[in-house]
Design a protein around this ligand. Sequence first.
Ligand code: CA
Length: 237
Amino acid sequence: MSKKILIVEDEIDITELVRIHLEDFGADIHLCNDGLMAMQLLESQDFDLLILDLSLPGLDGLEICDRVRRRDPFLPILMMTARVDEADRILGLEMGADDYLPKPFNVMELVARVRALFRRVDAMASPPVRPKTIIIDHLSIDVEKRDILVGGKTVLLTGKEFELLLHFSRTPGRVYSREQLLQSLWGPSYQGYEHTVNSHVNRLRAKIEPDPAQPHFIQTVWGVGYKFRDNAARRIL
Ligand code: CA
């Protein structure tokens, strides 16, 4: 599958040039020229790479970088800026960009950096993990048989409830918005509403949580969505 790249830059000449060259390289390119709109895109879709300019209308690149890092520690971020004095901050722990390109740049240099970033990401991705069973505290998920045990007792889930649980349990601690969950589990063409997600989460909680009013596994992140408990005892078999 082609890599999905979001380019956030308000200088149209630059975005067009970068888009043309990265499309040659087979990537699926999305453009955005405003910081606030970029944040909305990043909250509702998954990207494989974010190319981010520092100076933007709406919300600047550093702020976007910081917000993205809080939600997703793994999304590769390449920052572009004419403000060379900011390089240390951009690449440092403070902002956590993966690479940095001073402006003006040669577009071939940018393509080379993008290739290098993807090589690093692909090398870091472990060989396809196909766990048979995921055990989290007293919850056991048999991925192949689609069996769920809670405290040793079988719990029957619907197909969607199972997919939702599996989706969460694979990425403990990662916060998902309702929109992201709709996209991932029901598909982009699903004409659904966010309360579809709420009602599935509530039914799932009723089945797996010892006390659904105080969820142990699927936790609400106010104003954002849900996440799976990340400080649980976890074993993958
Ligand atoms: Ca700019």
